[in-house]
Design a protein around this ligand. Structure first.
Ligand code: GDP
Ligand code: MG
Length: 440
């Protein structure tokens, strides 16, 4: 990993002096390699390296970080800044119905993403209408109909005999007069950038007022992503980007390339074929991933923090084996007390990052934590290892022993079982086993 490699470069420098031009140049060689390995476009890498080197030279070496870590941090921060600092939401205010057109090459994931977006918006309480406007690819309309069925979102009844611009117009009228507040247009793609396609997409954008034109790109395409993104942006004035196939081996370099050449925000990432595999884009996570270091940065930033990699790994193992007991819960609580939040600890465990997005994840405060700790401490070892035996009588005893109430004991048990459940769902979705790519 990059940090290790940089440690080598900076071995001599540890503990004294400033980052000099010479050692920065050497370090930048390593950074360059890391970016290219992540499939960031050559040109983009070159520019980026030059900018970062400028920033790094002359910086004082902090005592809390090794020079290698420090350079990683500078590089990481710069990446995050370039990627957009924070997630940018869809434009859903203003004129209704909101209209979103998806555009991109064939196979980039437009049709799938249309359904994923519809699902997400429906969950937010909106009333979307899916509109198939790909009249070329055989069965493209049926594909969207099937996906629409899966997410429970109506699909406009277009036919392959119609012109896409006609479909768009009719669907927009239908949505404006019907019970819809969001229209999602799925469009045709080509294997390569093609003027005829651009003309067709522009026609649609002139025929109906579009709130968003989202360029859908396959993150696995790597170097090519740049030229394609440039062309779509120039011809269509896209408003944002969705990167698909970001799970698995894609290191996320395309994110940097596409953002750099279009200047448009990446709004979502697709992380799987199923209709729920769409996530809001997080620049910081992607930056870590591009550098190939999982969430090692949060560990660096908490240089004095008590949670070490080992205990995180142990926890991950326990979760995997379904052996996360109340005792482990107690351990975690103690860590949390020292560190800040459950989220932070969870974030450091490889592969477990998605927990952050689970809505009802417990958000403990210090007072609650102390109480929780007291309650678990009042349990016998047997109870801690098997929460199922904690019946009503035992709950009364535990409440008395900890100076709390049965209701509070119940609450602790509930948040523990909730955590268990979340861990199971994560495992079910393969998140835990997919942890490979996040290296600590
Ligand atoms: P379109 O030609 O742009 O409409 O692309 P499709 O939506 O038909 O998707 C092409 C293929 O990519 C299909 O097999 C999808 O299941 C797959 N796909 C789309 N998004 C993702 C993603 O985020 N991850 C993975 N692994 N596959 C995806
Ligand atoms: Mg399609």
């Amino acid at each position: 990993n990059l940090t290790d490699r940089l440690e080598g470069v900076f071995k001599k420098l540890r503990g004294h002096g400033r980052l000099t031009e010479e050692n920065i140049q050497e370090a930048m060689g390593e950074v360059r390699k890391a970016l290219l390995e992540a499939d960031v476009n050559f040109g983009v890498v070159k520019e980026f390296i030059a900018a970062v080197a400028d920033k790094a030279i002359g910086r004082e070496v902090l005592t809390s970080l090794s020079p290698g870590q420090q350079v990683v941090k500078i590089v990481h921060d710069e990446l995050v800044a370039l990627l957009g600092s924070q997630a940018e939401p869809l434009k859903l205010d203003g004129r209704q119905p909101v209209t979103i057109m998806l555009a991109g090459l064939q196979g980039s994931g437009k049709t799938t993403t249309a359904a994923k977006l519809a699902r997400l918006l429906k969950e937010k309480g909106r009333a979307p209408l899916l509109v198939p406007a790909d009249v070329y690819r055989p069965a493209a309309i049926e594909q969207l109909q099937v996906l629409g069925g899966q997410v429970g979102v109506p699909v406009f009844a277009s036919t392959a005999e119609q012109k896409p611009v006609e479909i768009a117009r009719q669907a927009f009228t239908a949505a404006s007069t019907g019970p819809y507040d969001t229209v999602i247009f799925d469009t045709a793609g080509r294997l390569h950038v093609d003027d005829e396609l651009m003309v067709e997409l522009r026609e649609i954008s002139q025929a109906v007022p579009l709130s968003e034109i989202l360029f859908v790109a396959d993150a696995m395409t790597g170097q090519d992503a740049v030229t394609v993104a440039e062309k779509f942006n120039a011809d269509l004035e896209i408003t944002g980007v969705i990167l698909t196939k970001m799970e698995g081996d894609a290191r996320g370099g395309a994110a940097l390339s596409v953002k750099k050449v279009t200047g448009k925000p990446i709004k979502f990432v697709g992380v799987g074929e199923s209709v729920d595999a769409l996530e809001v884009f997080h620049p910081d996570r992607t930056a870590s991933r591009i550098l190939g270091m999982g969430d090692v940065l949060s560990l660096i930033e908490k240089a004095e923090a008590v949670v070490d990699q080992k205990s995180a790994e142990q926890l991950a193992k326990k979760i995997q084996k379904n052996a996360f007991t109340l005792e482990d819960f107690l351990d975690q609580i103690q860590q949390i007390k020292k560190m800040g939040s459950l989220e932070q600890i969870m974030g450091m465990i490889p592969g477990i990052n998605k927990l952050k997005q689970i809505k009802d994840a417990p958000q403990p405060d210090q007072k609650e934590l102390i109480k929780t700790e007291a309650i678990i401490r009042s349990m016998t070892l047997k109870e801690r290892r098997n929460h199922r035996i904690i019946n009503a009588r035992r709950r009364v005893r535990i409440a008395e022993g900890s100076g709390t109430s049965v209701a509070e004991v119940n609450r602790v048990l509930k948040s523990y079982t909730m955590m268990l459940k979340m861990m199971k769902t994560m495992k079910g979705k393969g998140i835990m086993t997919g942890g490979k790519r996040r290296k600590l």
